[in-house]
Design a protein around this ligand. Sequence first.
Ligand SMILES: Nc1nc2c(c(=O)[nH]1)N[C@H]1C(S)=C(S)[C@@H](COP(=O)(O)O)O[C@H]1N2
Ligand SMILES: [Mo]
Length: 520
Amino acid sequence: MERPRDLWPPAGLVAGWAGLLTSYAAAMLMTIRESPVVAIAELVIRLTPGPVAERAIRFLGTFDKPFLVLVILLLVSWLFWGTGRLARTRWWAPVLVYSLLAALAATAVLLQRSAGSIDLVPVAVGYVTWVVCLSLLTEPLRRAERLTAAAAEVDGTDPLAQGADRATRRTFLLRAGLIAGVGVVLGVAGRVLGSGRRHVEETRRLLKLDGVTEPTLPTGARLPVEGISSWMTPNDDFYLIHTAIVVPTIEPVDWSLRIHGMVDREVVVTYQDLLDSETTEAWITLNCVSNPVGGTLIGNAWWSGVRIADLLERAGVQDGADCVLQTSEDGWNCSTPLAALTDGRDAMLAVAMNGKPLPIDHGFPVRTIVPGLYGYVSGTKWVVDYEVTRFEDVDAYWTQRGWGEMGPVKMSSRVDVPASGAEVAAGEVRFGGVAWSQHTGISAVEFSVDGGPWLPAELGRVPSDDTWVQWTGTAEVEPGDHLVRVRATDADGLVQTAVERDVLPDGATGLDARDFTASA
Ligand SMILES: Nc1nc2c(c(=O)[nH]1)N[C@H]1C(S)=C(S)[C@@H](COP(=O)(O)O)O[C@H]1N2
Ligand SMILES: [Mo]
């Protein structure tokens, strides 16, 4: 059985977690977007050099953020354990640790976009919880130690009388249990009651968007090939990339976009303004610059929204401007070449994706979509600010981490069929996949088995140059292991290069290949 002196570290741990839980509950109940822990995690992400972040994302996939939060929680747990131990000899030491942690959390919170002093409340709540709970938990331990010392001094009797120990432990466990219980209840209640997301989800579900039509698949776009990527990517299957850990939840009535900077007059656009404007709709394939050759960070959807060029015209863009610095509600930003927003392509402030209001994770209520550019320089989700400016005057999130400024999509192609490692019947084997070169278009796709001649593939018919295109073809294949490669040619006659380049700084190149086995 542990003695009271072994209970100091657990006291620190329980008090520490109680503070995390009350601060989380406060953040949730106040519908502050993030708990202080998450704010710290986002600060870490912001301070992480691009290539390191890139590697982490590739290594951990979509678990990079939960993983970071977990690491932070483990680290602070270790700190809390230590504060308990420290408390035994130096009452002020844990207070110092708490103060440093709170200062770090406060800094992280204040560095978030549009943070005010009210956002510090959860940090303060956590701090008070730490101090109060630690004294509540260590008080019986301290008392027991004082008694022990006094008894030893007076008459040398066995100071660790079993009964006194047991009483101390009972008081401690009672308090620790109570604190832990209340902490967990508050945490759960905060999550259930406070999550503004539920409300926004409800608003979103009830929205009726006039002028937004359901997607009708263009005839001939889909090739009848089993296992090929769906030409239209359903919203639920569409890849997700964002730096925010907790995504912004914005009620449409609270949303507005401010267009300012090098303009003749500042314009503020509301959600209603967008609904009252003429709708533009288009099939546009969006992809991520971090998509490796053959990767899946790409999707094709039917987007509905309002042309950005019209809004910029209302504001009156001044001479000399060459980019628009877009900022999201969560603080992420990107600088987009002005030309891509005004040259007549379907660059839009999108309100709907595949005929439905944007899913929250895809930027509800409004995001930017620009055909032909990678998402990191254009596709701002939860967008709230457009500053018309010059590239030389700004430094956006990914560009300051070494990624290219302009971000035009590079031509690429992928094999979907056969799937990697698949087993097919020898003889006539069907191949298929997708190819893309948004805003330029694909004119041909070829595939080659085991380094043999390039065979022309059949292409699906697409409504514009802004989407990917499905390809298919067949070839005679002997029993055994094989490798199929694919390459595209764009509408300008450029053939996809086999030279392999990393995704950093402006998109991967190289040819996709799949190995498969043909059996007799
Ligand atoms: N607010 C915000 N918008 C963002 C990002 C982000 O991190 N935050 N990531 C961009 C990147 S890198 C890509 S590839 C696209 C992905 O859009 P999706 O998640 O809807 O597929 O969003 C872009 N818009
Ligand atoms: Mo991206």
